[in-house]
Write a protein that binds this ligand. Structure first.
Ligand code: SF4
Length: 298
């Protein structure tokens, strides 16, 4: 019988699901995901997770709780760093341990460490570590990953050409990679800003993307921008940005503000997010300087 790996629909799901799913499928493993966030998932998260955690971490716990008796493994990578000399939020790297200590009756957790702080070459080790749960052949594992990664790169290119990831409202796997954002008939361009797990989870953000679209507002997200553009704008900051997600949020916002491409910014933040307390202030100041309306939804 095929092994089943559960990938919870939260946190880094919105960045890397397609890559992981293809990789696991290529090594002969079935992937299952939890449903879109709903009341039941949120309740599960609130009951299992520690009170102090931010909302996305609680929601993630709810997704794991849903999957725990449906899969042989749950994939919860430990994200330490996704770029050289940069870090992820401490809650990203503590996620597998938090889950392990909060939820009873879990299957085995695949908690591969992703740490590219020193070199991208370390990714190879992480990939082999993950694949070894299912096959002894490192060659087969790397081949499976390279194939998945090529497909993922195509998807990433589409985002930079104006495709809203996850169909803008949270259904990554329903995205047929052709869901272009029409540039016609839109008089207002709004930057929907924040961490992917806040802006693409339509339960967390109360379906804001659909509401904006119904009002003929074009949504732009930071994920649509080229990496070089984002990094060019953060390189102008007086201090080096060492949070990878911070690059995308700050660089994305600054480029669109300075280039005059947006009419307003809606920043979606989770209550209790330490990183946002810094990022929001930087974006708000820049928006004020360029007289771009800014609203924070928490
Ligand atoms: S970046 Fe903020 S919202 Fe995301 S996990 Fe860390 S504290 Fe929570």
């Amino acid at each position: 019988m095929k092994s089943k790996v559960g990938i919870p629909r939260g946190m880094f799901y919105y960045d890397y699901y397609l890559l992981w799913k293809e990789f696991f499928n290529n090594v002969g493993v079935e992937v299952i995901t939890s449903p879109k966030t709903n009341k039941d998932i949120l309740n599960r998260g609130v009951h299992t997770c520690v009170d102090e955690a931010c909302l996305p971490v609680k929601v993630f716990h709810g997704h794991v709780d849903y999957l725990k008796d449906k899969a042989n493994y749950i994939f919860i990578p430990k994200f330490i760093s996704i770029y050289r000399k940069e870090y992820c939020c401490p809650k990203h790297l503590g996620l597998p341990d938090m889950v392990r200590h909060s939820i009873d009756g879990l299957p085995e957790i695949i908690d591969t460490e992703i740490n590219l702080r020193k070199s991208n070459k370390d990714l190879k080790e992480s990939v082999i570590h993950t694949g070894k749960y299912f096959t002894k052949s490192s060659r087969k594992i790397l081949k499976a990953f390279n194939k998945a990664n090529n497909q993922y790169k195509e998807y990433s290119k589409l985002m930079s050409r104006g495709v809203i990831p996850i169909n803008a409202v949270g259904v990554y796997e329903d995205l047929n990679l052709k869901t272009k954002v029409s540039t016609n008939n839109y008089k207002t361009n709004i930057l929907l800003l924040g961490y992917p797990y806040n802006i693409y989870d339509d339960y967390i953000n109360m379906n804001i993307a659909s509401k904006l679209r119904q009002n003929q507002i074009k949504i732009i997200t930071a994920e649509m921008l080229e990496e070089e553009t984002v990094r060019y704008y953060t390189s102008k900051l007086p201090k080096r940005m060492f949070w990878s997600h911070g690059h995308r949020i700050i660089g994305g916002a600054f480029s669109l503000i300075e280039e005059g491409s947006i009419n307003g910014i809606i920043y979606i933040s989770a209550f209790g997010c330490g990183l946002d307390s810094v990022l929001i202030d930087l974006v708000e100041r820049k928006a004020k300087e360029y007289k771009i309306p800014f609203i924070l939804l928490t």
